[in-house]
Design a protein around this ligand. Sequence first.
Ligand code: AMP
Ligand code: ZN
Length: 468
Amino acid sequence: MPLRFYNTLSQQVEEFTPLEDNRVRMYTCGPTVYHYVHIGNLRTFTFQDVLRRWLRYRGYQLDHVMNITDVEDKIIRRSMEQGQTLADYTSQYEKAFLEDAAALRLERPERLVRATEHIPEMVNAIEKLAGKGFTYQSDGSIYYRIAQFPEYGKLSHMHWEGIRPGARVDVDEYDKADARDFVLWKARKDGEPFWDSTLGPGRPGWHIECSVMAMKYLGETLDIHAGGVDLTFPHHENEIAQSEALTGKPFARFWLHAEHLSVDGQKMAKSLGNFFTLRDLMDQGFTPEPIRYLLASVPYRKKLNFTLEGLRAAATSVERLRNYKLRLETDRYPEGASRSITARAEVARQGFDEALDDDLNTAEALAAIFEYVRETNTAMDAGEFRAGNAAETLALLAHFDSIFDVLRPPERSGGLTDAEVDARIGERNAAKKAREFARADQIRAELLESGIILEDTREGVRWKRKTS
Ligand code: AMP
Ligand code: ZN
């Protein structure tokens, strides 16, 4: 079966191929840098990371643009409260976002672009929209007249008979119940940052930022546009209205939306105060890999209700897989290969690939891996597992990890690198040889303190890092 995705635009699962050759032009809405991102935001970004990795595995070359929204209502309000310039205020949160993304092993998109660095292009786009009769002015601000775009609502699948022509909204975020003409250029307000332009002094609305940056780097028709489900309306609907009014061409072929991460059944949101940041969870002793695992494990179109219990279960799953890998690397197996296990490995790999081809069904993909782990653990205990099977199984795990990326421990944990851990183990071995058992125990205890667990086996010492 070919690679397919659920497209919000058609409300169907569709086979995916890019418009041109094997190059995928993809735009994802990045963070609004007014605060640390929370793990709800990170769920959406983790979905995008899995999407990137799977597209690449399927042979596509990526041209992925992600924006950083660094001018917007909330940012302006917060920076003014803090008495900081827009740039000073946003740069700290942009940096924190990039650190969090790296900790969660989210690959960097090919291009990260800031809204404030594209103001002239936005002004230009608004002028063009004005030239085509899609805008009007009121009190120095410029609005998009949605009645002028008959297809308005085609992404969020709403009927708009109730729209009152001329009713406007100035805020960047609003509900479906409030479908109105939206603001493209906001007139300067006292004390707020502004740009001088041919449109008058002011600043862009949020929606025009993405239309302009997406088309500047990726052309008039994108292959994929993705974001969290809350962006479908109004943000993405407005992006379509702006972009298609400008070009007369479809703006994006595939629209992919990730469901929310919730807490006690409610969307995790900064405004509700029910959020955890990655930093909060790391302060509680969790490492990033179980968090990444948890966020990736639920298929992106399903709601994920976050609990600390669920996170602990994810940590156990990661640990199981790491222990299994360690066993494969350190146990000695009889020569040869069991044909039936080779066949099982192939079934697991096919199950994994078919699941991800099916609109990134990560839960099914994991199930294929865990079934194989269960079966082969039993085969190892029964002595049926052979050296040749170990190599195949490590290859299967490497394939799994090229997408899930949770098996590698963090580069540093407890301040120790792999080489430092090995050196400490060497010291402990020497102490044991010299029958200095108290010293050997002390080294073991110190390593444990740094999150390193030692296991004495017949084959020698194995070690691993604590996952939670
Ligand atoms: P923002 O920084 O608010 O612009 O959001 C960044 C991304 O996170 C967007 O794609 C949002 O749709 C997404 N997002 C916000 N809240 C959640 C949530 N609770 N669960 C999943 N994604 C979310
Ligand atoms: Zn956007």
